[in-house]
Design a protein around this ligand. Structure first.
Ligand code: F6P
Length: 357
């Protein structure tokens, strides 16, 4: 179907809103402005070296990570694109230590916007797919300035979650709690067009994604799972698996939404001060919401990630998501007593990683 015949994001949101006659237009304005910001970021990312925005910003964010110029620019685009609309009471971002207060010159709204403006940004300089992740929560019903505590809501309280992916095509993947829908940016019209309705993740898969360089820090259930996948047809699983690692979670999440798979950035012992690598509020929760809405599952290994009550704005968490049967298997492994009698194909004589002598 050519793009002239397709439903735009605007039309989709208006039709969704008709199902809630009491709804005002604020929620849709918010999502449409987020989409506009993502289009702007897509242009900056696509310009690459020609856009004079690649490279380091010579600063570090609250997580102690080097900020890229595009991290800073994308954060500003999110703020400037959403602070004036009257639908938000505050924002929180990976790039800002404290919540952002809506300036007094603008009305306060009923929603909170939480985002990672440019996920996977270490990939920008090498022209690999990156994305923006966002989550929408309800704001407390009061006109006082927002506090960190207002944002510490479990993922199951989200009213929208999604990401934009800046790859060969720019896409916006969105859930408002009624399935997952994918919109492809039409470069001619400049609109997101509905191209993927009601996505469903296959419950089984033969693809897993994990940063195997962390294997010595993994917990036993994760080592067991990966070893079983690596053993392929000859092991407990009786089938061969493929391994993938892009180091850009949006790109991995997108592949999984499209064709299934399982992603693991589990809790490990690499840095005992951190409970995981990924951030709960603006990475794990919106991706978890999308996964669950597409029939997949998102978990810490021990519980559904969206049930976790956050304790800090930039809290990190172990995250496993994707095809339902694989994530449930991993949860089972986490809940079973440890097994030490498994062969370890990751470190066998003839394996990819040799055991130390
Ligand atoms: O924000 C975190 C992130 O860039 C994710 O997009 C990605 O999955 C992960 O970090 C990559 O981590 P590592 O560098 O350890 O592979």
């Amino acid at each position: 179907m050519n793009s002239d015949m397709r439903m735009t994001l605007t039309q989709f949101l208006i039709e969704e809103r008709r199902r809630y006659p009491q709804a005002g237009g604020d929620f849709n304005s918010l999502l449409l402005n987020v989409a506009l910001v993502c289009k702007r970021i897509a242009r900056k990312v696509a310009a690459g070296e020609l856009g004079d925005a690649t490279g380091s910003a010579s600063s570090v964010n609250v997580q102690g990570e080097d900020q890229k110029k595009l991290d800073v620019i994308s954060n500003e685009l999110f703020i400037e694109g959403n602070n004036w609309g009257g639908y938000l009471a505050g924002m929180a971002s990976e790039e800002m230590e404290e919540p952002y207060q809506i300036p007094a010159c603008y009305p306060q709204g009923r929603y909170l916007l939480v985002f990672d403006p440019l996920d996977g940004s270490s990939n920008i300089d090498v022209n690999v797919t990156v994305g923006s992740i966002f989550s929408v929560l309800r704001a407390p019903a009061s006109d006082r300035p927002v506090t960190t505590a207002d944002f510490l809501q479990p993922g199951c309280e989200q009213v929208a979650g999604g990401y934009a992916i800046y790859g060969p095509t720019t896409m916006l993947m969105l859930t408002v709690g009624n399935g997952v829908h994918g919109f492809t940016l039409c470069p001619q019209v400049g609109e997101f067009m509905l191209t993927h309705s009601d996505l469903q993740i296959p419950v089984d898969t033969h693809e897993f994604a994990i940063n195997a360089s962390n294997s010595r820090f993994w917990e036993a259930p994760v080592t067991r799972y990966v070893n079983e996948c690596m053993a392929g047809k000859t092991g407990a699983r009786g089938k061969d698996f493929n391994m993938r690692w892009i180091a850009s979670m949006v790109a991995e999440a997108h592949r999984i939404l499209m064709r299934g798979g399982v992603f693991l950035y589990p809790r490990d012992s690499k840095d005992p001060t951190k409970a995981g690598r990924l951030r709960l509020l603006y990475e794990a929760n919106p991706i978890g919401f999308l996964m669950e809405q597409a029939g997949g599952r998102a978990s810490t290994g021990r519980q559904p990630v969206m049930n976790v009550k956050p304790s800090a704005l930039h809290q990190r968490i172990g995250l496993i998501f994707g095809s339902k049967n694989e994530v449930e298997r991993l949860e089972r492994y986490h809940n079973e007593p440890e097994q030490n009698d498994e062969p370890n194909p990751l470190f066998n004589e003839r394996s990819l990683f040799r055991a130390p002598a």
